[in-house]
Design a protein around this ligand. Structure first.
Ligand code: ZN
Length: 306
């Protein structure tokens, strides 16, 4: 039995011909919110795909109606794995997790589990395809963006709500300007509004919008089509494009934005006297727990009605 057989939050399978590995986020009741356990298992699953020389393409998909609603901010799993005790996830005692008061602990934890893991998945030595339905919100975007291609059904909607709900300058992996375009990135962060799969297809972020109800089947067929290309060719394509983006400043921009993100957390920590890493109502911001629904960005209205 290998580690993948013991996963709780993620499922790992390979196709009969061995060419396609499928990783499924498997917390549908929590809308695939990203707990530490899920993120660590996801990293191990990507590593398993990378270890297997037969695998050419990795599909990242999700059970349920939601691809991922973002980082887990308080489910029972999340609370248990953060708190001291037998259920605490071991990585809350390592990777900076055991450091004392100050910003360093958060910086180290977010670096390891939100930033550098996402970047490593973006640089995986396999072609990766995100297969998305429903909400792809905030940290959900990080998982989709780390993949080489994104396919969806008609229900997929994309939004980063951390600015409007938490007072933060976007999620830790700041690919927004590269994915949305510069002006759209600002607008979507300042409003927290969403873009549809159809619109994301039009501006090139999404490659296919399959009819709702067919996503899993079509994604498998699409992945098999991409997997026909020998990896010697497909990985050179991936690298040629990724290196171009890196030479345009992608990596350094991500690192710079991550530093701003940590400065942003530090601001709220200082302003709240160390009680909060994000905006609070007392500090003039809204409370994310009582925020209204995310609405689509529409060209003809200030704010769409839900
Ligand atoms: Zn953060």
């Amino acid at each position: 039995m290998s580690a993948v057989d013991e996963f709780r939050f993620v499922r790992y399978e390979t196709s009969p011909n061995g060419r396609v590995a499928t990783i499924s986020l498997n917390r549908p009741k929590q809308r695939n919110a990203q707990s530490r356990g899920l993120l660590v298992e996801l990293g191990l699953a990507f590593e398993e795909a990378q270890r297997d020389d037969a695998v050419r393409v990795v599909v990242l998909r999700a059970e349920g109606e939601t691809f991922s609603s973002g980082h887990d901010l308080g489910s029972s799993d999340d609370r248990a794995e953060r708190a001291d005790g037998p259920q605490q996830h071991e990585t809350y005692r390592s990777h900076g997790g055991s450091l004392g008061p100050g910003v360093e602990k958060l910086l180290m934890q977010e670096w390891h589990f939100f930033f550098s893991n996402t970047l490593a998945w973006r640089n995986l030595r396999k072609i990766t395809i995100a297969s998305c339905q429903g909400q792809v919100f905030s940290a959900g975007l990080m998982l989709a963006w780390a993949c080489d291609l994104i396919v969806t059904d008609e229900t997929a909607v994309f939004a980063d709500v951390v600015a409007t709900r938490l007072g933060m300058c976007g999620v830790e992996y700041f690919a927004h300007p590269w994915e949305f375009g510069v002006r759209r990135a600002k607008e979507l962060l300042l409003t927290g509004d969403s873009v549809s799969a159809e619109e994301a297809y039009r501006f090139g972020m999404v490659s296919r919008v399959f009819p709702t109800g067919t996503l899993q089947e079509r994604t498998e067929e699409y992945a098999q089509r991409i997997a026909e290309i020998p990896s010697a060719g497909s990985l050179m394509i991936k690298e040629a494009v990724n290196q171009t983006q890196d030479n345009q400043g992608f990596y350094n921009s991500l690192k710079a934005a991550f530093s701003l993100h940590e400065l942003n957390h530090a601001h709220w920590a200082v302003a709240s006297g160390g009680t909060s890493l994000a905006q609070t109502e007392e500090l003039g911001g809204g409370d994310w727990r009582t925020a209204g629904p995310v609405v689509p960005a529409r060209k003809d209205s200030v704010k769409a009605t839900p």
